[in-house]
Unconditional design. Structure first.
Length: 281
């Protein structure tokens, strides 16, 4: 039986101080990055490109639709590339992220769900990360497919280290372009991480609080257009919980799903196959 199944999950008084201190530090650095002295079009461009790489290619397409739900298939080299982009988001390595997400779908909005939205917006948005997470015990059971890959096992342990070569690259780029290496680092790492964090977490919080319901999914998931705009289509969350295997989440007319457009492109150029959709699509 998976941890939490059939029992009530009661967060204890312990704290995950490593996570708390990391989040305080990264948020403080992101505020520091907003100093007008560090603003430039090059900084904005760096932030925008890395936001797309990590939020769209990494978390949304890679970690979520490809690895968690196997909504499509791509060559192993490309799958690993998307997983690496996901690891650059510093939201755990692929094994832990996928395991926790699969656990969430099994127990969505119940006491066993680690970010149960019934506990309030703050809890589902980020509060759950600051307490021990019983669902972590279920990760090995839920991720047998990923744990077979030695690269994913390495990436799961060392995802934080990816920020080091990225920082070196940004610093070198800043020196070459005479912009200033530190401002590209501040905009490309802490500010970008905080932006991607909160946008991603809105799928756990906002889309379980506000929006419309198109399907009976057995939980509090909702379709939220402004979250969809920020997350490349992940805001059509009620659709997703009704059809978690679907590579396309914007299922109704007018629901823009930019990640689906990426998948369509991959399929058109022969890099994606076995793309799964609801029968009605």
């Amino acid at each position: 039986m998976l941890p939490g199944a059939g029992s009530s999950y009661q967060p204890n008084k312990q704290r995950r101080w490593g996570t708390i201190l990391f989040m305080i530090t990264i948020h403080a650095l992101s505020i520091f990055a907003l100093n007008p002295a560090f603003w430039s079009w090059e900084s904005v461009t760096t932030l925008s490109i890395l936001y797309w790489i990590t939020a769209c290619l990494g978390v949304t397409l890679g970690y979520h639709r490809l690895l968690s739900h196997r909504a499509l298939r791509v060559p192993l080299w490309l799958e690993r590339f998307f997983a690496t982009c996901g690891a650059l988001s510093c939201q755990h390595g692929p094994i832990d992220w996928v395991g926790l997400h699969r656990h969430h779908h099994k127990f969505s909005d119940t006491d066993a769900d680690h970010h149960n939205s019934n506990k309030g917006f703050w809890w589902s948005h980020m509060g759950w990360m600051f307490k021990p997470i019983p669902a972590m015990q279920a990760v090995p059971t839920l991720t047998g497919d990923l744990r077979k890959d030695p690269y994913y096992r390495w990436l799961n342990k060392n995802f934080l280290l990816l920020q080091v070569p990225l920082a070196m690259l940004l610093f070198l780029l800043g020196q070459i372009t005479n912009v200033g290496g530190w401002e590209l680092i501040l905009w490309g790492i802490p500010l970008r991480l905080v932006l991607v964090y909160h946008v991603t977490w809105l799928v756990n919080s906002a889309t379980h609080c506000w929006g419309t319901v198109a399907f009976e999914s057995g939980d509090g998931s909702r379709n939220n257009p402004w979250v969809a705009a920020l997350t490349f289509g992940e805001g059509w969350h009620n659709n997703h919980h009704a059809f978690p295997y679907s590579a396309k989440q914007g299922l109704q007319k007018g629901q823009i799903d930019l990640t689906w457009q990426h998948i369509r492109l991959l399929k058109a150029i022969g890099l994606a196959n076995k793309v799964r959709l609801p029968a009605a699509s």
